[in-house]
Design a protein around this ligand. Structure first.
Ligand code: SF4
Length: 283
């Protein structure tokens, strides 16, 4: 078993959204299909359990169905983290059988709140995606909200909205509540206008955790989120995000000893492994 239970493969930088707090790669060229296949194979051969296709929006890649199929055929658990804009009935009909979990971002319980950080219409896009996923009992659904100063007061309303949705979804529903993290490839992010203080996020957590809900809610604060991920960037390089930095370790396909590489990074493997228990098909 690899130290890395879950690899986040950011297959593209392309995205329909322009979130100010975006933590994804920006303006980075993509490996071709053949190299993406080789990366997925190496992840599986290394003993990792799960791959998250993310971005940008991974559905912006024309070959995403092929990449998903390749990962599924190698017995990796497959998660797809998408904005939802391109999550269509034809896509799900073609690839739904290869996907274990779909993750959707939701920045508000209404269009009015959502549009503060997402493009107009994104709220309706996510609601339509949740409607579609009602036809896929084998796919778990994760809704994720980056908590910012723009939506912190709206989180209880998102939870209420999801209570209604949970009863309609045939698979499992998870809700991940992130404390937006001040790390971005953009140089001019107005972090003080976005980031909520630890004390405010903890108060929100206590409020929500003090209630009973029909689905699992995970809170991810700054301390949890830091040094948690191993990312493969669109150009095939390995990146470990630490604090405000994206630390890059070169082409993944040229890594001979991943354990050695990670031991020399600040990747927190025990925390990563504990966190990975939060969603899995396996015990
Ligand atoms: S939806 Fe995700 S990848 Fe796209 S801009 Fe927003 S944070 Fe970045």
């Amino acid at each position: 078993m690899s130290d890395v239970v879950t690899f986040d493969f950011h297959v593209t930088s392309e995205c329909s959204q322009q979130c100010a707090y975006c933590w994804g790669p920006q303006g980075i060229a993509e490996v071709d299909t053949e190299m993406a296949f080789a990366i997925i194979s190496k992840i599986a051969e290394g003993g990792s359990r799960r791959i998250v296709f993310t971005g940008g929006d991974p559905l912006q890649r024309g070959d995403i169905g092929l990449l998903i199929r390749h990962a599924a055929q190698l017995d990796l658990e497959v998660a797809v983290s998408t904005t939802g804009d391109l999550l269509t009935a034809p896509f799900l009909a073609a690839s739904g059988g290869d996907i274990d979990l779909i993750s959707l971002p939701l920045d508000g319980s209404t269009e009015e709140v959502s549009v503060r950080t997402k493009e107009p219409g994104h709220f309706a896009v996510v609601m339509a995606a949740l409607d579609l996923l009602e036809g896929y009992p084998e796919i778990d659904v994760k809704v994720a909200t980056p908590v910012t100063r723009h939506n912190i007061e709206d989180i209880p309303d998102i939870v209420e909205l999801l209570e209604h949705r949970a009863g309609r979804l045939p698979g499992r529903l998870f809700y991940n509540v992130f404390q937006a993290f001040p790390r971005s490839m953009s140089p001019d992010v107005p972090w003080p206008k976005l980031v909520v203080e630890d004390v405010a996020f903890d108060a929100l957590r206590r409020q929500i955790e003090g209630e009973s809900h029909g689905f699992r809610i995970n809170f991810l604060d700054h301390k949890t989120l830091d040094k948690l991920y191993v990312m493969i960037f669109p150009d095939g390089t390995v990146t470990v995000p630490v604090g405000s930095e994206f630390r890059n370790y070169g082409p993944f396909l040229e890594v001979d000893d991943l354990s050695e590489l990670l031991a020399g990074s600040e990747f927190d493997a025990p925390k990563h492994q504990r966190h990975s228990v939060g969603w899995s098909r396996s015990p």
